[in-house]
Design a binder for this molecule. Sequence first.
Ligand SMILES: Nc1ncnc2c1ncn2[C@@H]1O[C@H](COP(=O)(O)OP(=O)(O)O)[C@@H](O)[C@H]1O
Ligand SMILES: [Mg+2]
Length: 247
Amino acid sequence: MSLALELKNVVGGYGPLRILNGVDFAVESGTITTLVGPNGAGKSTVLKAIFGQADVHSGTIALAGKDITRTPPRTLLRQRVAFVPQGRNVFPMLSVCANLRLGATMLPKSEIEVRMNEVLTRFPQVAERIDSQASALSGGEQKQLEIARALMLRPSVLLIDEPSIGLSPIIAQQVFTLLRELAGKGLTVLMVEQNVKRALAISDIAVVLETGRVALSGDAHALLPDPRMGRIFVGASTAAETTAAAH
Ligand SMILES: Nc1ncnc2c1ncn2[C@@H]1O[C@H](COP(=O)(O)OP(=O)(O)O)[C@@H](O)[C@H]1O
Ligand SMILES: [Mg+2]
């Protein structure tokens, strides 16, 4: 097993504002690691700190053993790190095809078509809608399109923030299953999720963040029934379950 990502004592936030208070964890290649924790714990900030979109005050972040602390997003894309932020990130007025092309701007022109065909074989629902305007796709299809677009650059690491938000349980499950398949093919996934039960069910490792620190981490399936999880999620868990039930 080799480490795809390693965070060592990462302190950071936004400008002088400190959100992360010394975050330590590592992600093994070809696995799914899921960051969970109460609202405002700093989960999204961890992904943004890795992707050069939040400030790192001290500590280090390594990609396959190489220091990438404070590396800008464009450089990280070239180093095969992709980021799918929370929410809707497709260009709604553009076609599905144009959205996919935008994910491949750093590929040589001759490779774009080849790569698009490769990616589309994994996303039959997206392939069927290739000429549609992206805004015409359902929420689940748009999330698939975002993941497909992220895969255009053949990433080795995918950072993905709350992919299931706003999706029905069945569609959310499809997205999780897709991530599991991609990890099976060697992709390293670092995901943030509120949908703790479903997300941990398809994850290898869970990292529980609380007030900008890792409170707990370990085997995802073993942690799910751990009573310490309940304590960390007091209040938050009821809210998350209510939200999940509403979708
Ligand atoms: N761009 C920003 N500028 C300033 N503060 C921010 C910014 N984004 C998030 N925060 C703050 O950082 C804290 C952690 O946020 P976040 O990482 O989004 O938490 P989580 O994803 O765990 O819910 C929150 O208090 C939030 O208000
Ligand atoms: Mg968040």
